[in-house]
Design a protein around this ligand. Structure first.
Ligand SMILES: [Zn+2]
Length: 139
């Protein structure tokens, strides 16, 4: 029995080789799909939730077995950016408050990235780390 289980584990690992596997987005999609599946029991309109749930669960499973790893990583990156946006806005507000006497925050005019420079340095040229735009700033 144990040997059979070892064989199964080995063949499963071999089959999953080169495939994407599970990540945070997969679990979020599976949980969302399960919740929608339960909403499918609502009379008359439940079928809409059921179809949506099946679509989401199918997509989640497809992501796990996909071999197109760069595309799956981009999807995860997009999801994480949306998820972390409110968190990073709150963090930026806290940092601005903490550094109000020592640093100046401003946005890069080209790519809108938030830049932080020390206060009281006079006229300085700031190079944006994201787009390499050079900004003349008076601090
Ligand atoms: Zn920039």
């Amino acid at each position: 029995m144990k040997q059979w289980w070892q064989k199964m584990k080995y063949s499963m690992a071999k089959w999953m080789y080169g495939r994407y596997g599970n990540d945070e987005l997969t679990w979020v999609l599976l949980i969302t799909g399960t919740v929608l599946l339960l909403l499918g029991y609502i009379p008359y309109v439940g079928w809409i939730f059921s179809i949506l749930a099946l679509t989401i669960v199918f997509f989640s499973t497809f992501r796990g077995f996909s071999r197109n790893i760069p595309k799956r990583r981009r999807e995860l990156d997009r999801y994480l950016r949306i998820k972390n946006k409110p968190k990073s806005a709150i963090q930026l507000h806290k940092n601005k408050k903490r550094d109000k006497n020592t640093h100046v925050y401003f946005k890069c005019p080209k790519c809108r990235a938030v830049l932080r420079v020390p206060k009281g340095k006079g006229d300085i040229i700031v190079t944006c780390p994201r787009c390499n735009e050079r900004v003349d700033k008076n601090t």
